[in-house]
Design a protein around this ligand. Structure first.
Ligand code: HEC
Length: 260
């Protein structure tokens, strides 16, 4: 019996061990505020997701697109879970180009639930021209695309500080502890109190960074909660099966043991 308990613990530890925290090689150890969605029973903090969407749309969306997300996703289970009414209002504030109409002309209309997030620039060239040649990457799956994931983006957002003496920076280039080479062509996007949270949470830089990264983590992996639930059930199932097999084995072999 002792062995089987050890085995179950072993399985739980192996499964819940999360290897996402490998740091970037050439820069400082990444910051980690403690994510609710990590670990094998992790879920997204709903309120944080909603605040994170607010930070994205009011701050980051000025430069970063999220073209693989549609407005409808904001009301789906496992995400920020805004009501459909709220999302309709959100979508209607954006304009998309549609058409051609029966006269063959393109026209603009308010976005609908089925439209993808409207980006800030017409194309990559326009984005580069307005950002000193640098391209603000699409953030739909950025958390998955970068080594260090959520920790990395969180760290970059909080990694601005004094430029150390001896480092010279060109115009439009900023010092950041966590980006490789320590130089980034994005000014610190966050300052305390930049957004006004409707739930009364105080908008410190750390809070905004945590919320927006939570939102980005969901965007990159919208089915994380469902996956965790299935994983959890599968483990439970395996544990029950293991116990059953163990006892049936005992029972079968007990006869033979007594005969010896
Ligand atoms: C004024 C425009 C602007 C705003 C606003 C802005 N960014 Fe950026 N961002 C950029 C540019 C340009 C780059 C590319 C920098 C480079 O390549 O050096 C970038 C790069 C980044 C990177 C580094 C990605 C990588 O390649 O590793 C992250 C992370 C990031 N932005 C997150 C954010 C978040 C989160 C927000 C909102 C809180 C935000 N940005 C707001 C312009 C902006």
């Amino acid at each position: 019996m002792k062995n089987i308990i050890k085995y179950i613990f072993f399985v739980i530890i192996v499964v819940s061990y999360n290897s996402n925290s490998f740091g970037a090689e050439n820069s400082a150890k990444l910051l980690n505020p403690g994510w609710s969605f990590k670990g094998f029973t992790g879920t997204f903090d709903r309120a944080s997701l909603q605040r994170g969407y607010q930070v994205y749309t009011e701050v980051c969306a000025a430069c970063h697109s999220m073209k693989y997300l549609s407005y409808r996703n904001l009301s789906e289970p496992g995400g920020p879970e805004f009501s459909e009414e709220q999302v309709k209002i959100i979508a209607s504030q954006f304009e998309v180009i549609d058409g051609p109409n029966s006269d063959g002309d393109m026209y603009t209309r308010a976005a609908r639930l089925s439209d993808n997030f409207v980006g800030p620039y017409a194309n990559e060239q326009a984005a580069r021209a307005l950002n000193g040649g640098a391209y603000p990457p699409d953030m739909s799956v950025l958390v998955k695309a970068r080594k260090g994931g959520a920790d990395y983006i969180y760290s970059v957002l909080l990694g601005y500080g004094e430029t150390p003496s001896g480092v010279t920076l060109d115009d439009g280039v900023y010092y950041n502890t966590y980006i490789s080479g320590n130089k980034i062509k994005m000014a610190n996007p966050l300052t305390e109190g930049l957004v006004q949270y409707s739930d009364g949470t105080s908008a410190t830089e750390e809070q905004m960074a945590k919320d927006v990264v939570t939102f980005l983590a969901w965007a990159a992996e919208p089915h994380l909660e469902a996956r965790h639930k299935i994983g959890f059930r599968a483990i439970l199932y395996l544990i029950v099966i293991t116990i059953l097999v163990y006892f049936s084995m005992k029972k079968i072999w007990s006869r033979i043991e007594t005969e010896v």
